[in-house]
Design a binder for this molecule. Structure first.
Ligand code: BV8
Length: 241
């Protein structure tokens, strides 16, 4: 592995794999979420229009599990919070995850590009707001009072991910890009490494349980469970300064 940068702005992309050891299912592993329910039915606007109760039930169960299922950040989340605190330049986490484990580990420079499980929004008010209980078509919007207007503040397939302008700016100026716990299957996140590599001075590293679909696009790949490989890699980065 060539020498790692000892400074410079960094972008860290995370996916469901970083939360696996915290007890949250991934999507495309053998026992993953998409092996139990069809993404077309629960993670598309068409699925929500077709059967809103099914979609509300899907996200209500995940919200309840996140809040009451004994789910906590693992050593990988904590290592990234340490990196943000001790790295001499900006560390921006761009997560595809809708859980709040990065926040609970102490990370503050964070973009949830696919939304947040603990937020909802009204299609009339359009302002996301914190939400920790179940949601149904009958739930009145706390702001405008309308029913049949609330949805999870989550980006479904076919919908534009959030804060893409900010993300692209960060990708174009970063010196180091880490991709952690993602299969590299879903775009535009899966294409971020190619964006970074247009900047020939940037270094890219994949940290994943196994090679992702985009593994060959990274300068370095480190394979193993996130709670092992991420703290070890953060230690190397900070020791190298
Ligand atoms: C958009 C909802 C444009 C929230 C999600 C054909 C080609 C290319 C693209 C497309 C195409 N057809 C359609 C598209 C676009 C589409 C897409 O990419 N489809 C895929 C299926 C091909 N993308 C979109 O629609 C996106 N929007 O493109 O908009 C646009 C333009 C103009 C106007 C309007 C729109 C929107 C994508 C967001 C969809 N929402 N989820 C939720 O319910 O959670 S996506 C879903 O997949 C999650 O957000 C998840 O985060 C994301 C990515 O999955 P991963 O996080 O990578 O999880 P996965 O299970 O796949 O992998 C886990 C990895 O972890 C594995 O590699 C595993 O080995 C590893 N692992 C496991 N355990 C561990 C571990 N690693 C470390 N340690 C461990 N212990």
């Amino acid at each position: 592995m060539p020498p790692l940068p000892s400074a410079g702005p960094m972008v860290v992309l995370t996916g469901a794999g970083i939360s696996k050891e915290s007890g949250l299912d991934t999507f495309r592993d053998q026992d993953g979420i998409w092996s139990k329910v069809r993404l077309e039915d629960v993670a598309t606007p068409e699925g929500f229009a077709r059967d809103p109760a099914l979609v509300h039930g899907f996200y209500n169960a995940r919200r309840h599990n996140l809040l009451h299922g004994g789910i906590a950040p693992n050593a990988a989340h904590h290592a990234l919070a340490r990196l943000e605190a001790e790295w001499p330049d900006e560390v921006l986490i761009v997560t595809q995850n809708i859980d709040d484990l990065h926040e609970r580990a102490g990370s503050t420079r964070l973009i949830h590009m696919h939304g947040e499980l603990l937020k909802i929004r009204c299609r009339h008010c359009d302002q996301p707001r914190a939400w920790t209980s179940d949601l149904s078509l009958q739930t009145p919007c706390p702001d405008c009072g309308r029913t049949q207007s609330l949805r999870p503040h989550v980006v479904w397939f076919g919908e534009m991910p959030l804060q893409m302008g900010t993300i692209m700016t960060a990708l174009n100026r970063c010196r180091l890009f880490l991709s952690i716990g993602t299969s590299g299957h879903v775009y535009p996140a899966a294409g971020f490494v190619e964006t970074v590599r247009r900047n020939r001075s940037a270094h890219t590293v994949e940290l994943n349980l196994e090679p992702s679909e985009g593994a060959s696009l990274f300068h370095d790949c480190i394979h193993g469970p996130a709670s092992d490989v991420v703290p070890a890699f953060v230690e190397r980065l900070l020791a190298g300064r």
